[in-house]
Design a protein around this ligand. Structure first.
Ligand SMILES: Nc1ncnc2c1ncn2[C@@H]1O[C@H](COP(=O)(O)OP(=O)(O)OP(=O)(O)O)[C@@H](O)[C@H]1O
Ligand SMILES: [Mg+2]
Length: 229
């Protein structure tokens, strides 16, 4: 059996006003670790947001294991978690534990299951001591870790991360990179930190809304470096 969800983009375009951010994309993804790179404004975030329905295609469809990201939005958001570049956009509740509980309340889980998921996740990521702490008082690295934990408690099969290390100092960048490296889910990661993609299965390069290279990391990164030269 195919172990990772299959993402199918069929003739997908996304237009904003007069600008087309993603152009006529036909693509099937079924690997565990997929990197997305490209210049600023090339369409990476728009592509990433298509995967969990944050952005709807103007033309075409995005389908994940038979679920349409627009028509089956609710099921898609359980299946696909999204981590934003800025954790402040993701953390919505006053304390660490309330923030983790927030995403779970819509899943109609019983109290014990919610508590178990929060407890296990806090322990696994060494955040138990911060459980009652005000989320706004966390460091940048702790906030990004909390944002990732807020996605993990939902137990999605796929996690999309849009530049999760861009705002972090070197130590936190390494810590978050190590956390991402150990995740067992399917990972789709947009990044400008090219070395983070070394062990990825597949890397897509976007340029002006077009997918211009789809290759293993070394080849795709070399292509991107040439493109930027
Ligand atoms: N909601 C929107 N409304 C209008 N234009 C948008 C919107 N979102 C993105 N765009 C435009 O689409 C293009 C692609 O944007 P996108 O954010 O996908 O690029 P990106 O590759 O993620 O860039 P960066 O590396 O700077 O994050 C840009 O020209 C951007 O201005
Ligand atoms: Mg972006």
């Amino acid at each position: 059996m195919q172990p990772w969800p299959t993402l199918c983009f069929s003739n997908v375009s996304v237009a904003f006003d007069n600008h087309t951010a993603v152009q006529a994309l036909n693509l099937t993804l079924a690997e565990q670790r997929i990197g997305i790179i490209g210049a600023n404004g090339s369409g990476k975030s728009t592509f990433a947001r298509l995967i969990n329905g944050l952005v709807a295609p103007t033309h075409g469809t995005v389908n994940i294991d038979g679920l349409d990201t627009v028509r089956d939005g609710k099921a898609i958001r359980r299946k696909v978690g999204f981590v934003f570049q800025n954790p402040d956009n993701q953390i919505v509740m006053p304390t660490v534990e309330e923030d983790l509980a927030f995403g779970l309340t819509n899943l109609k889980l019983d109290k014990e299951e919610i508590e178990k998921r929060i407890e296990t996740t806090l322990q696994h990521y060494h955040l138990t001591a911060l459980r009652q702490q005000a989320a706004h008082s966390l460091s940048g690295g702790q906030k990004q870790l909390l944002a990732i934990c807020g996605v993990l408690v939902i137990q999605p099969q796929t996690i999309v991360l849009d530049e999760p290390t861009t705002q972090l100092d070197l130590r936190n960048k390494r810590q978050i990179a190590a956390v991402i490296e150990k995740l067992n889910q399917q990972i789709i990661m947009v990044t400008h930190d090219l070395p983070l993609l070394t062990n990825f299965n597949r890397v897509l390069v976007f340029d002006n809304g077009h997918l211009v290279c789809d290759a293993p990391p070394a080849q795709a990164i070399a292509f991107y470096e040439q493109l930027m030269a």
